[in-house]
Write a protein that binds this ligand. Structure first.
Ligand SMILES: [Zn+2]
Length: 369
């Protein structure tokens, strides 16, 4: 629960936000690293006071104890801006015009954080393009655009004092750079420009996931957050998703290795001992002879890999001679909008606002700018 003063600040910020047409979102690209190579035609590296540090088509930056090193020369700066008349290429992705590199010291190690600052609406186009296929109906893309814009604004308010607002992975929203953009996503962003989901005059925590597997999860069950607009509800429109049913087999040897931080013995049995209301696994028990250990299903999923155990909606765990096989439904945490469900609803004739109403009941769409 927000403290009262924080709540007032939040409301004020939210409404002052609405007075500005163009907002900027700062995205951290990739994970912090010790070295970065940026490519592009006519790149310039500039210090924060505008000093030209390098002008080349390839610029290499590294972190040492004193700050950022640009093409082998110490810059004496903890922030370097890279500008380009066109695109800047990093690890196969492309970004428009400008990137910012920040130096930070974490547990005694110097690191570089790559930050891309872009207008919110450009960001929404990027997210819709990266999150959902362009072959989906426009109303599903519009629902995704409103959810993504809302989520970005909510994160921006939470991290106003940080050097970036969003990460570019599934932990936040997948931002794949400018090369992923498609025209239908642009259309979806344009037709919903400035629209945000609100509850109690605040932007909501508009979580979404790939496929719920039949029933979405409440925020309370998933994370202990009491959010009335995320109660979990029946979906029933995502059956065509590839991951609606999933199976994952792992050798007993690798299973033991994956779980060694919580269970050091052989593993002869794993069972679900507690379920959530949406029938997802909540608490699991790993055992061998008299040894038993309980673990939350979310930790279990993390240890085995989010792309292996695709959801906590686990239907069956079978122990074979050498392998263990898990079968389940859905992909993702299951909270908020089911993306494949949104697609199914749009195909059935539902408009974006009706799709959102189904996954975020009680939330209201407001025009912020
Ligand atoms: Zn669903």
């Amino acid at each position: 629960m927000l403290r009262y003063s924080t709540y007032i600040t939040f409301i004020c910020l939210f409404f002052s936000f609405s007075l500005q047409a163009e907002q900027e979102i700062r995205i951290a690209i990739g994970k912090p690293s010790t070295q970065l190579t940026l490519k592009g035609s006519g790149l310039s590296a500039l210090s924060t006071d505008g000093k030209n540090l390098a002008k080349q088509d390839t610029i290499t930056l590294s972190a040492d104890a004193s700050g950022i090193v640009v093409n082998g020369k110490k810059s004496g700066s903890s922030t370097v801006n890279i500008t380009s008349p066109g695109f800047i290429f990093v690890d196969g992705n492309q970004y428009r015009n400008a990137l910012e590199i920040k130096w930070q010291l974490v547990s005694g190690t110097s690191q570089l954080v790559l930050i891309h600052a872009i207008p919110l609406e450009t960001y929404v186009v990027g997210i819709v393009s990266s999150e959902v296929p362009h072959s989906w109906p426009l109303e599903a893309l519009k629902a995704q655009a409103i959810a993504a814009r809302t989520y970005a604004i909510w994160q921006k308010f939470r991290r106003l004092d940080k050097s970036y607002h969003m990460e570019s992975s599934v932990l936040d929203q997948v931002y794949g750079g400018a090369q992923k953009e498609h025209s239908l996503a642009e259309q979806a962003a344009q037709q919903t420009k400035g629209q945000v989901l609100t509850y109690d005059n605040k932007p909501i925590q508009a979580y979404f996931h790939a496929t719920c597997g039949g029933q979405t999860e409440s925020a309370q069950e998933a994370w202990g957050s009491n959010l009335p607009y995320l109660p979990g509800s029946k979906c029933g429109y995502c059956k065509t998703a590839r991951q609606y049913h999933w199976t994952y087999s792992i050798s007993k040897k690798n299973l033991r290795r994956a779980l060694k931080s919580v269970f050091s013995d052989d593993i002869s049995h794993i069972k679900i001992i507690q379920h959530t209301k949406s029938d997802r696994a909540k608490l699991m028990e790993i055992s061998h002879r008299k040894q038993k250990k309980q673990i939350s299903a979310t930790s279990f999923r993390e240890l085995l890999g989010y792309n292996n155990i695709r959801s906590t909606l686990i239907d069956k765990i079978s122990f074979g001679w050498l392998d263990v096989t898990f079968t389940g439904r859905g992909h993702g945490h299951g909270v908020g909008m089911c993306q494949w469900g949104a697609m199914g609803l749009a195909k059935a004739g539902f408009t974006a606002d009706k799709i959102l109403e189904r996954y975020y009941p009680g939330a209201e769409i407001r025009q912020l700018y």
